[in-house]
Design a binder for this molecule. Structure first.
Ligand code: GCO
Ligand code: MG
Length: 403
């Protein structure tokens, strides 16, 4: 059995910040886990280095479930994004090690492939409807079968999901939080127009998605869902903040547009009532923020009982390590739905060499033993941490709103 002798926390910023845990065993086997919590990176790095790593030394790396329970129940302070991201990093690294020792890709340990690949959705963003539709057409030419549409809102200087001219979209865009302005009225006018134009240009066979990013009240979200029905969206995402889960029942009563939620969830307890009440269609919790493969598998199993499928968050702030882990799980579980793909910059990919590959609108985790991803620590050391924050959002009268 591989005994853990060392665990290193690597903080690096190749294009953006990432926190990675590398676990080393006495037989020389290593495993990696993503520990990146956007805008709060160093909190997780400290949680790992100061509180978790000392408890790992000397443990049998094969006892994944026992170590998960030990870190979860042993902390006493259960759940929360910092704790669950730290546990997730350990969990991913241990699955990586188990796969390498077994000589098998992790998806084989999870029951084997249930499909040929994981369908992904790409991001078509633009300042205008025409720019967004052009971006969607380019994605279709690259083989994407599912495309998320976000466009600028006339009258607002900036909008979530839309990049500055000439730059790739990156949500953490300031060394202090930048401020953007929001108008629900203007937004609710433009999105149905965007979907009408996109459906017209792209035809019936492409899945179209949209991220509301928690900005509407339940009844406003219900109206958006209803207005989009003629264009048959694959989903609207995070239509309203999920603290008040009854809001999702209200949305459900008014529209057949499918609902996705959960990128900020960190535990099965965040998702349980939404799943059991059949208020949602896709659960977006991830391996990195929701306790690793071990815990996300449990969430997916509960969701499967209610025909809720996975649609894991996959923005650029989830490192290639999290993407690899998500793909192994996604390939294996019966109720995989879709995987978000926001490709990492080349400078990021160089620091995280990986075996997963894109073809024809899908990603496959590859067949390398373990997760099939690593961190080049020497290269990582050349990209020091840069403090970065997500923006905040205000209504036009200055009221702080959900971002
Ligand atoms: C998405 C997300 C991201 C998040 C970001 C926060 O659907 O991809 O909403 O854009 O805002 O990942 O860290
Ligand atoms: Mg989102």
């Amino acid at each position: 059995m591989p005994i853990i002798t060392e665990a290193r926390v690597v903080v690096t910023s190749p294009g953006r910040n990432f926190v990675t845990l590398k676990v080393v065993c006495d037989d020389g086997t290593t495993g990696v886990g993503d520990a990146t919590l956007n805008g709060r990176e160093l909190a997780v790095a400290s949680y790992l280095a100061d509180h978790i790593v000392p408890c790992l030394i000397g443990r049998d790396a094969h006892r994944i479930e026992d170590i998960w329970q030990y870190l979860y129940k042993g902390a006493y302070w259960r759940r929360g994004p910092v704790t669950m991201t730290a546990i997730a990093a350990v969990d991913m690294a241990l699955w990586d090690i188990k796969g390498k020792v077994a000589g098998l890709p992790v998806y084989q340990l999870l029951g084997g492939a249930s499909r040929d690949g994981c369908m992904v959705y790409g991001h078509a963003n633009g300042a205008t409807i025409a720019d967004t539709v052009d971006a969607a057409l380019r994605h279709r030419a690259e083989g994407y079968r599912a495309i998320r549409l976000q466009c600028g809102v006339p009258g607002l200087a900036s909008t979530y999901g839309v990049a500055r001219p000439g730059e790739a979209y990156e949500p953490a865009d300031g060394t202090l939080p930048t401020e953007s302005v929001w108008s629900t009225e203007r937004y609710l006018r433009i999105v149905p127009e965007l979907f009408a134009a996109a459906r017209e240009a792209l035809g019936p066979d492409i899945h179209l998605l949209h991220d509301v990013h928690h900005r509407l009240t339940p009844i406003e979200a219900a109206r958006l869902g209803r207005d989009l029905e003629p264009y048959r969206p694959f989903w609207i995402e995070d239509p309203t903040p999920a603290e008040n889960q009854d809001g999702f029942r209200l949305i459900r009563q008014h529209t057949t547009t499918p609902i996705a939620v959960g990128e900020v969830f960190n535990s099965i307890w965040d998702a349980k009532a939404l799943i059991e009440s059949q208020s949602i269609d896709y659960i977006r919790a991830t391996v990195v923020h929701a306790g690793g493969i071990t815990h996300l598998r449990r969430i997916a199993a509960l969701a499967d009982l209610y025909q809720v499928r996975t649609g894991c968050h996959g923005a650029t702030d989830l490192s290639p390590v999290a993407m690899a882990a998500a793909l192994h799980l996604g390939l294996a579980i019966p109720n995989f739905g879709i995987q978000e793909l926001m490709p990492h910059l080349p400078v990021t990919q160089a620091v995280f060499p990986h075996a997963y590959r894109y073809a024809d609108g899908s990603l496959h985790p590859g067949d390398a033993p373990g997760l099939g991803v690593d961190i080049d620590e020497a290269l990582a050391a050349t990209h020091p941490y840069v403090r970065a924050y997500l923006p905040v959002n205000r209504l036009e009268d200055g009221t702080l709103w959900s971002w």
